[in-house]
Design a protein around this ligand. Structure first.
Ligand SMILES: [Zn+2]
Length: 290
């Protein structure tokens, strides 16, 4: 699943290409990939123009004219592929099992669920192997509802040490589970949580409410630092993710614990441990983290 930096990379690339493009045709090849219903999406998306692209956590939000918003939930295997005959820009996940090739040719293919025909001869494909993702057309009220489950954006002015302290106060859950929960902080996933906890020197199974003032300050600082750097490097390439230009992200080279189980810790030389914590592969160094 892509995390905030990967979705931000897709957003930035598509914002420029989709701006002012009008939807001239909608083909829905899998009804469940369209919400609130295939008929609604088709009827109301037709004729709308894209105004830009925004993001909240891992949710892509495309404001349209006519006071509507197209929400794209990529979930496990969703991809957005834009093609205008000259440029092909793709973002999201690789086809399952393939390591590098992105399905930007021979479109639509067997994983294409929705096709938007746009002005200027452009086409936007929504591909989704496992069909957990979907396109959701909403009005302003629907957008507010969709935003509700999301907590603080780590790059927004609301993400302050004080607010983080407030959120953590008295929490009995483990810090890793707290950081993964989108209703507290939006957009962090497994990779950036493991990396943040390593840099902040905090063990993933510590109780969230047990962090000291110093630890909270450090955690706040490294979360922002990691997310900013990952966006700059266009995300991390892991099992099945490519950025919206079909390129691998470069953050992989920066990973200090994620995916490095049993390897030497880059700080102390001890062995990086990998365990499962609430079903998620969790990487840490028990010497460096307390
Ligand atoms: Zn270490």
């Amino acid at each position: 699943m892509p995390e905030l930096p990967e979705v931000e990379t897709v957003r930035g690339d598509l914002a420029l290409l989709l701006k002012n493009k009008q939807v001239l045709g909608v083909d829905i090849l899998n009804e469940k990939s369209a919400k609130p219903s295939a008929k609604f999406l088709k009827d109301y998306l037709l004729g709308c123009s894209f105004l830009g692209a925004e993001r909240l956590g891992k949710l892509l939000i495309f404001p349209l004219d006519q006071k509507l918003f197209l929400l794209v939930h990529l979930r496990m295997t969703g991809q957005l592929i834009y093609s205008d005959g000259l440029d092909t820009v793709a973002g999201g996940h690789l086809d399952h099992g393939k390591q590098i090739t992105f399905s930007t040719t021979n479109l639509p293919n067997q994983h294409t669920r929705i096709i938007l025909h746009l002005s200027g001869g452009a086409t936007l494909y929504f591909n989704d192997l496992r069909k957990f993702g979907f396109l959701h057309l909403v009005d302003h009220k629907g957008l507010e509802l969709a935003k509700k489950p999301f907590g603080i954006e780590p790059l927004s002015s609301d993400f302050t040490v004080k607010n983080l302290e407030k959120l953590l106060f008295g929490k009995k859950q483990k810090i890793k589970s707290f950081l993964l929960n989108q209703k507290f902080i939006a957009g962090l996933g497994n990779i950036y949580v493991d990396e943040s906890l390593f840099l902040a020197k905090i063990l993933p199974d510590r109780l969230a409410g047990s962090l000291s003032g110093e630890e909270i300050k450090k955690l706040h600082q490294v979360v922002q630092k990691i997310i900013k750097l990952a966006i700059k490097l266009r995300g991390t390439t892991f099992s099945n993710y490519l950025d919206s230009r079909g390129k691998k992200g470069n953050f992989s080279d920066q990973l200090q614990v994620y995916g490095r189980g049993k390897q030497d810790c880059l700080v102390c030389g001890g062995k990086i441990k990998k365990i499962r914590l609430f079903g998620r592969g969790t990487h840490f160094c028990e010497h460096c983290q307390k």
